[in-house]
Design a protein around this ligand. Structure first.
Ligand code: DON
Length: 567
């Protein structure tokens, strides 16, 4: 592999970042950004460019993943992270697929009732805000695992653009300024000193991260140990403990990411490869797709009453199973084959009626016998060799626990809230959990992150994923359907308004202004409870579609500052 000479300012000139193309989709609508052979779509243009440059210099999608991920830590501290974790699903150019789980783990000192008071009630905020909310980070270990298996460019060269960016500084966008100013008071509340981000920001300001650059330098010279041992570990553990947290050096030293078998299933002529437990994404989506597979969805119409009904009922049943059966596969036995089998799912849909909503109160998890017992970010990458990578990574909430390790220059996650603190009590996404997702030392909390790759006729078709907590699963599913069933282009499919149901609460959430009042009334008449007024955006999808002519179309979600870059 030729040596990478990263002169960013020069190479930037060659990277195409033009606005959307003038070509048309099959239904004669405008296409999104097009590239001939390689593309990165991520939450920020700077990160997408860094990944694209790596590929332009001969690197593959995995090299680009590492560089993009590290760059997101700098440009998108809202969710980009070295203090959190994530999942990667990949498909190499010879059709091999796999998945990496670098999800955070509960610290060794964690216990089942750690978020309950003496009366057994949940202590509000303890699993979401501050040092007790933090899970043991997995990102750096994950990136080194990827590098070991697939990397073709030295890690030191992949981390360099992030170091340069952290030293040079990041220009604040309008949306970023709004978010930072909105969450600022939490930074003051949680940390025992004023952190670098705790200021009133406006568009065009520049933020520099010299301490993050130093952490990256330690990782560059010491590898994985530059984060999990030595100075960075010392800084991290001291600060967390000072704020009352329980993470120890042993926790950091012990952390290991895991290769997993992805969940693979078919939907009509598609083969869908998605994340396996400890994510619920692959299983839930397999159930939803299997539940609707026997219908001619295209003829029902995009976002029509009937399509929404059918999908909602499939979602309702899938999320009920999620809540009962799913957790960390290293700790609980999950009947995956049954859960995603057509027979089981069809049986669950037997009481579906076109006339009337099923009540969630009448639905529980399916009965399977005979088995032992706001924030995340997604990016999609395709390289010119034909490899595809789909990564979703998170701190959980916006800026995670809000604990900012100033000496190291990074936020820590609040992923512990993804556990079920108490059976039947909702977490910050309203998700209900059970024993399968209870807290245990070194266990991974259940996730909804759904990095996904889709094949059509045995060829790469799409790479897709999203942030959005519990709404990730349904956002990914609708994006795939929008392209495959409703003939939308990639950008259109990403931009189309979305809806969501998750069993409990028994409400269909619609994106604001996305759905007309007549449609809403028709659904209400059938007994669907609708939330449109207080709703929020659902997901923020970044995806790449391989067009019939072999070109790549990016779908960069307009809901954020997301950008497709390629060549
Ligand atoms: O793993 C999960 O399911 C959550 N921690 C994801 C959080 C998330 O997507 C927040 N973004 N809106």
């Amino acid at each position: 592999m030729k040596k990478l000479i990263l002169s960013l300012s020069i190479v930037f000139l060659f990277i195409q970042c033009k606005e959307n193309s003038t070509e048309k989709t099959p239904n004669n609508k405008n296409l999104g950004f097009l590239a001939d052979s390689a593309m990165v779509v991520s939450a920020r243009e700077e990160a997408s460019k860094i990944g694209a440059i790596i590929m332009q210099n001969g690197g593959n999608a995995f090299d680009a993943m590492i560089a993009t991920d590290l760059a997101l830590t700098v440009v998108y501290p809202f969710a980009g992270n070295i203090g959190g974790g994530g999942f990667m699903v990949y498909r190499t150019n010879d059709g091999k697929t796999g998945a990496l789980d670098y999800r955070e783990k509960a610290p060794l000192a964690a216990s089942k009732d750690m978020y309950l008071d003496e009366n057994g009630n949940i202590i509000e905020g303890k699993s979401t805000l501050g040092a007790m909310a933090v899970g043991v980070p997995g990102t750096i270990d994950g990136l080194f695992k990827v590098h070991e298996k697939f990397g073709t460019i030295p890690f030191s060269e992949l981390i360099q653009p992030a170091i340069d960016l952290a030293n040079k500084g990041v220009v604040v966008t309008k949306k970023q300024a709004e978010r930072l100013n909105k969450y600022r008071h939490f930074f003051t509340e949680v940390n025992n000193h004023q952190i670098v981000l705790d200021e009133e920001w406006k568009e065009g300001d520049t933020i520099k991260y010299p301490n993050l650059a130093k952490t990256f330098e330690r990782i560059k010279t010491q590898g994985r140990d530059g984060f999990y041992k030595g100075e960075t570990a010392e800084i991290l553990v001291n600060y967390v403990q000072k704020l009352g947290g329980i993470i120890t050096k042993e926790d950091l030293e012990n952390y290991k990411s895991q290769w997993r078998n992805p969940i693979v299933f078919t939907y009509k002529s598609l083969k869908i490869i998605s994340m396996s437990p400890p994510s619920s994404g692959g299983i839930c989506n397999a159930q939803i797709f299997k539940a609707i597979e026997s219908y001619d969805i295209a003829s029902l119409g995009h976002n029509s009453v009937e399509a929404i009904q059918l999908i909602t009922e499939a979602e309702r049943r899938a999320y009920a199973d999620r809540s009962y059966y799913l957790g960390d596969p290293d700790f609980v036995k999950i009947p995956i084959d049954t859960l995603i089998s057509s027979d089981y799912v069809q049986e669950r849909m037997k009481d579906f009626s076109w006339d009337k909503a099923t009540l969630s109160s009448s639905i529980s998890h399916g009965n399977i016998v005979g088995y032992e017992s706001d924030e995340t970010t997604h990016y999609s990458i395709v390289d010119s060799y034909g490899n595809a990578v789909s990564v979703t990574t998170t701190l959980n909430g916006a800026y995670g626990s809000k604990v900012y390790v100033s000496e190291g220059g990074f936020f820590l996650n609040n992923e512990m809230d993804d556990f079920s603190s108490k059976p039947g009590e909702p977490n910050m996404f309203g998700l209900i959990g059970a024993e399968a997702n209870s807290i245990q030392p070194e266990k991974r909390m259940l996730s909804s992150m759904t990095p996904t790759i889709v094949e059509k006729n045995n060829k790469l078709f799409m790479t897709v994923g999203s942030p959005g907590g519990s709404t990730i699963i349904t956002s990914v599913m609708q994006t795939i359907l929008n392209v495959y069933e409703f003939d939308l282009g990639m950008q259109e499919a990403v931009d189309a308004p979305r809806f969501h149901h998750q069993w409990l609460p028994d409400v269909v959430t619609f994106e604001p202004k996305g759905f007309d009042s007549i449609l809403v009334q028709k659904l209400q008449k059938k007994g669907y409870k609708i939330n449109q007024e207080n709703s929020r955006i659902l997901g923020k999808v970044d995806a790449i579609l391989v067009l019939p002519n072999g070109k790549l179309e990016g779908g960069a979600d307009y809901r954020g500052d997301d950008k497709a870059v390629g060549f």
